[in-house]
Write a protein that binds this ligand. Sequence first.
Ligand code: DGL
Length: 264
Amino acid sequence: MDRPIGVFDSGVGGLSVLRELIRMLPGERFVYLGDTARVPYGTKSGETITRYSMEIANYLVTRHDIKMLVVACNTASSLALPSLRKIYKIPVVGMIDPCVRRVAALAKREAIGVIGTSGTIRSGAYEQALRLAVPKARIRCRPCPLLVSLAEEGWVEKPVTRDVIAEYLAPFREDPPDALILGCTHYPILKKPIGSFLGNDTVLIDSGEEAARVVDTLVSESGVRRNRGSSEVRFLVTDDPEHFARVGEAFLGGGIADVASVSL
Ligand code: DGL
């Protein structure tokens, strides 16, 4: 029960997932690893992302004895989850199934949109999972790579961000989906401008929120919930800790202290 939950991402984006995990599981210990030396993942091949993900999972399992692994990156979830699940005996939670489960539970889900990095969309992972869970739905997926940089700049209210959202999401505005999966850890930062562009008829699905719900259920069901004290987080990065702490604050929604640099 006392063992930490391992959480990893290519960099700061997964902090939006960690934020939800801390909110929903206040008694847990977390080890967050941001692979800042090798970010971005969104443009890399499945082979490379699988190799990176395995190296990180190995590190977290062997050095931190984690009781569960949260792949807090949509790209790594799309490309590496089956390999991770094959190798590790601990539960591995990704971003895709929790979002798809939530969409399947919606009352209105005839038209579904998915946005993410190029790697996530190219992998077809969301599309395949949605086809199984909601076979009659019309599914449209679009890569929106520039949104990652805009979110990291913190340019939430800037005209350039509105323009980029308008360009990427134009087909969705003409024909709004019932639900839009924000299939990238950076996009929750841009929920407000995305929501105002699409209007109130589209439900925005946040992968961090959905994954945290699944982790919450899983720790209860497997009897490994830690109920003592408040949450503890260790932050690890593979490159510059200062940059991570500065940019990451907006994603975590609070200050980040004591970031350690590690080599995998
Ligand atoms: N964290 C990645 C994701 O959710 C976005 C950033 C990257 O490309 O590395 O897909």
